[in-house]
Ligand binder design. Sequence first.
Ligand SMILES: CC(C)(COP(=O)(O)OP(=O)(O)OC[C@H]1O[C@@H](n2cnc3c(N)ncnc32)[C@H](O)[C@@H]1OP(=O)(O)O)[C@@H](O)C(=O)NCCC(=O)NCCS
Length: 191
Amino acid sequence: MDQEPAPASKKQSLVILTTPRLILRATAEEDISVLQNLILGDSDVMRFAFSGAPMAGEAAEDFIRRSFTFGESLTGMAVLTEKPAGEVIGFAGLSPCQALEADDFEIGFVLARRAWGRGIATEVGEAQLVFGFEQLKCGRLLGMVDPRNAPSIHALEKLGMRFRETIADPKRGSRSVYMIEAGEWRRRRAE
Ligand SMILES: CC(C)(COP(=O)(O)OP(=O)(O)OC[C@H]1O[C@@H](n2cnc3c(N)ncnc32)[C@H](O)[C@@H]1OP(=O)(O)O)[C@@H](O)C(=O)NCCC(=O)NCCS
């Protein structure tokens, strides 16, 4: 399938995927401060994400500009919003990942504290698997998680991902690599 994003209107950010409750869309300039305040600057949210430390100011802005899509691509981190008002509740996306020394994509989700415990990670994770297998045509998808992050591990397992190995990521530290192959995902969907 064509991976080129459809043109977005001036006011509307490119929509990457939708679920019953959620919209994952490209980042806009005005999201930067919201993401900093709600997520990247919160030490509870960041405890097991990325380097494990909150990011503020320029570091947070640099990170967003490097890792997020602003509409030029359907991959990379994007802004997760909740219907119907479009409130920003986190970020998620498929990002290139060489953890298994191949050109894979990993799924990922980081939610503001107020969005925890409502099945949001599982809901956006399922949609990311559909996107990765059906639109990007990936043969397998990875999930990288801090081995201490029990809720995230549980969410990955609910998605059908299985533990593969633990690696030492140069930027993030110890990470358990979870994986699901396209064939296995299709079998699970058909059940
Ligand atoms: C981890 C995170 C994404 C989970 O999001 P969420 O929307 O609350 O997760 P869900 O509700 O979809 O599912 C979490 C599951 O873990 C379970 N869970 C919660 N705490 C748990 C714990 N301490 N041990 C084991 N399972 C736990 C929940 O009960 C739920 O399972 P269930 O649906 O079978 O009851 C969210 O807490 C978050 O964003 N944390 C901060 C950032 C982060 O760590 N992101 C992941 C980086 S890999």
